[in-house]
Design a protein around this ligand. Structure first.
Ligand code: KIV
Ligand code: ZN
Length: 515
């Protein structure tokens, strides 16, 4: 019989711990809604105690996203567990996920706790969480470097205290598949009440083994896998959701296991997370990389033309990679636009719909054909709007082989129009220097990436930039048929995020760490 493996998505919590991947509440909500469309079983929406921003994200996702269980992380501390509950209460399917390390390395050098003290804390916090919710998960952090006998003792005690899921964390990505499989087997053999809990696994990718380790654990009876879209996460990241899910789907007979994930939503989820976090997906990344379904060699192309099965173990359509669908044009009305949005899964308020429709019409003036990806870009930009201190009014750039690139930019800054002219090493450099002078920003540009959303020279160009100021990294995003305008929009979007962050600094600017 095929077992259904629970997919616990932690893109919004561990994924957000990727350097530079911080997201605001609106962005997290957009991703959470896509995770619900993907039909994951659990969304870890954040770490409520860590910052007001995380608290707000957990609360809004718990209340506004239907379908999956919504979890908040909590250290094994009373104030964390209480705060997690504060954020989750009233939600239809809340889960508190509490954790403490079990390895001597962590206990001695970092927590400064004895094994007994850590065990007691774990039990007390599971009991406290159970006082609030039925669905409690406990993670022994650094489980793979813990003494097995002690680890089993802790698991037995937390299950007796009411933990319904025990999550075996390979926190530093140290495990090797056969060894990790053996650890799961040991736990099943040596923890007497293990059948009262689901065994989950949480694997990091430091040695590139996170997917392999997660699947090895599934083979030994693990019933939940924790993972992230595009494998983002602390350091080298977490097991990637698309790899775990597509391996189980493709090799379901071998594993006698599958998931409930709607795999056709994978590509959309991957693009969304990449766009919002500014973390590009490498072209040769399994399942979601630009080359994952591109066959270059003549022999392969010949085989594919004769029979797809020759070189294709899963179809592009099965992960939602379909030919760009022409959806709308210049003459499409508001009603058609609304219908199309609903078909691709977006329900907007009247106000959001009006703003997105205006943008679509504007785009249709510049570009004959509008594709699904263009609509998604517009809608996501509208939905993730933050207050705009800096607004682009006009930009004009002169450049070419025989002129010094010069930009003339007019911005509205706090509602007041300011114009400036500046030169640079290229058109984008000239535009950015001029904008920086007007905004008087101290931020540093960390990265600048341009991509075309759909094919053709009239494609929407999308630009993602990363800025840093006072240790805070933000990602700015802009799209336009004119690449200089898209670049300016992305820069201003990032500057607006920094301005927004400054107003909230101290509230959600600095996060509590995991220990
Ligand atoms: O990697 C880890 O150990 C974690 C825990 C909090 C589950 O992220
Ligand atoms: Zn982790």
């Amino acid at each position: 019989m095929t077992r259904m493996i629970q997919i616990f998505d932690t893109t919004l919590r561990d994924g957000e711990q990727s350097p530079g991947a911080s997201m605001n509440v609106e962005e997290k909500l957009i991703i959470a809604k896509q995770l619900a469309r993907l039909n994951v079983d659990i969304i870890e929406a954040g770490f409520a105690f860590s910052s007001p921003g995380d608290f707000e994200a957990v609360k809004r996702i718990a209340h506004e996203v239907e379908g999956p269980i919504v979890a908040s992380l909590a250290r094994a501390k009373p104030e964390d567990v209480d705060r997690a509950w504060e954020a989750l209460k009233g939600a239809s399917k809340p889960r508190i996920h509490t954790f403490i390390s079990t390895s001597d390395i962590h206990l001695k050098h970092q927590f400064r706790l004895t094994r007994d003290q850590a065990l007691r804390r774990a039990v007390e916090m599971v009991e406290r969480a159970r006082g609030y919710v039925e669905d409690v998960e406990f993670s022994p952090m650094d489980a793979t470097r813990s003494d097995e006998t002690y680890l089993c003792e802790v698991l037995e005690a937390v299950i007796a205290a009411g933990a319904r899921t025990v999550n075996i964390a390979d926190t530093v990505g140290y495990a090797i598949p056969h060894e990790f499989a053996s650890l799961i087997r040991t736990i099943r053999e040596r923890v007497p009440n293990i059948n009262k809990a689901v065994i989950s696994v949480h694997c990091h990718n430091d040695l590139g083994l996170s997917t392999a380790n997660s699947l090895a654990a599934v083979s030994e009876g693990a019933g939940q896998v924790e993972c992230t879209i595009n494998g983002i996460g602390e350091r080298a990241g977490n097991a990637s959701l698309e790899e775990v899910v597509m391996t189980l789907r493709t090799r379901r007979r071998l594993f006698e296991a599958d998931t409930q994930v709607r795999t056709e939503e994978i590509t959309k989820a991957s693009r969304l997370v990449s766009k919002i976090t500014g973390m590009m997906v490498q072209p040769n990344k399994s399942v979601v990389g630009a080359n994952a379904f591109a066959h270059e060699s003549g022999i392969h192309q010949d085989g594919l033309l004769k029979e797809k099965m020759t070189y294709e173990i899963m179809t592009p359509a099965s992960v939602g990679l379909v030919q760009s669908n022409l959806v709308l044009g210049k003459h499409s009305g508001r009603h058609a636009f609304k219908n199309r949005l609903e078909e691709i899964g977006y329900r907007l308020t009247e106000e959001e719909l009006n703003a997105a429709f205006e943008r679509m019409k504007h785009l249709a003036d510049q570009k004959k054909e509008i594709f699904e990806e263009d609509i998604e870009t517009i809608v996501n930009e509208e939905l993730s709007k933050i207050p705009e201190v800096y607004l682009l009014r006009k930009i004009h750039v002169e450049s070419g082989s025989d002129v010094i690139p010069t930009a003339t930019v007019e911005l509205s800054v706090h509602g007041q129009s300011i114009q400036n002219v500046g030169k640079g090493d290229g058109p984008v450099d000239a535009a950015y220097k001029t904008i920086a002078a007007i905004a008087q920003t101290k931020s540093r540009l960390l990265s600048y990436v341009v991509a075309a959303i759909t094919g053709g020279t009239d494609a929407l160009g999308e630009v993602t930039v990363r800025l840093e100021e006072d240790g805070k990294n933000v990602t700015g995003y802009g799209a336009d048929t004119d690449i200089i305008v898209a670049s300016a929009k992305a820069y201003l979007n990032a500057l607006n995020k920094l301005a927004y962050w400054k107003t909230k600094r101290g509230q959600d600017g600095s996060k509590v760490g995991l220990i």
